[in-house]
Design a protein around this ligand. Structure first.
Ligand code: NAP
Length: 215
């Protein structure tokens, strides 16, 4: 499958690398067509890996991943453009973390809105599913790094799109438990968990952890 991964950070690289390993053709997108991190990734990955602008990656992909900095995601997706996004599933793994006042970061949007909703409002031409943002990127693609059961939280307005994300999570990455929390307003809570994730990262001293909901 042709997949566009928007983002050249550790998340974009980790997801893109996993997708190529699974046999997909991945275009990594950045602000510039000759982004150095993307070039290094293409060089080390070889066949199946390509780079381009956000618009190039979105155009090339039948399936898209938003792995850009949350405070810049709307700009990155605007640069990708409505034509390239139209009719596609966009898996939004970004977190709206504002580091401008140092650590710990605060949420740039929350409570009555979320980044995922902002993206969906700005781009009704694509279908946004919020997923994978509640774990470290290495855990996203290899949930077995966490010993014991843990849940993946997803939400979105389109049932078919969420079904595809569930298949990707379970069939491609090996997740055993995917909790669909409903429409995209659930992203307010899913993104709102992330400040606690940051705190728990300091508490555990390792990013290899997840959450399991018990009732
Ligand atoms: N680290 C994790 O394990 C983890 C886990 C869950 C969720 N997340 C979320 O995943 C996302 C990616 O995280 P990351 O650490 O890999 O990368 P990052 O440093 O947060 O973001 C890098 C990407 O954002 C783009 N970007 C930055 N400023 C921009 C701007 N002004 N306009 C347009 N694009 C801009 C960069 O573009 P260029 O390529 O052009 O530089 C780059 O592609 C974040 O939202 C993060 O919160 C991270």
């Amino acid at each position: 499958m042709k997949i566009g991964v928007l983002g050249t950070g550790m998340v974009g690289e980790t997801i893109a690398t996993k997708l190529v390993a699974l046999g997909h053709q991945v275009t990594m997108g950045a602000r510039s067509r000759d982004n150095e991190k993307a070039a290094a990734w293409v060089k080390q990955t070889g066949g199946g890996a390509a780079q381009g602008t956000f618009a190039d990656a979105a155009t090339a992909g039948e399936l898209l991943w938003n792995c850009t900095a949350g405070v810049a995601s709307l700009d990155a997706l605007a640069a990708a453009g409505a034509d390239a996004l139209r009719g596609k599933l966009l898996i939004d793994v970004a977190n709206p973390l504002d580091f401008s006042k140092g650590m710990p970061p605060s949420l740039s949007v929350g409570n009555t809105d979320s980044l995922a909703e902002q993206i969906q409002r700005a781009h009704p031409e694509c279908t946004v599913v919020k997923a994978f943002n509640t774990v470290n990127c290495h855990v996203m693609v290899d949930p077995g790094r966490v010993k014991g059961e843990h849940d993946l939280l997803i939400c979105g307005n389109d049932a078919e799109a969420k079904g595809r994300v569930r298949e990707i999570a379970t069939g491609w990455f090996g997740w055993k438990s995917v909790l669909d929390l409903g429409d995209l307003t659930a992203a307010r809570g899913i993104e709102g968990y992330v400040p606690l994730w940051v705190r728990m990262y300091g508490f555990f001293g390792s990013p290899d952890f997840g959450v399991k909901f018990v009732r």
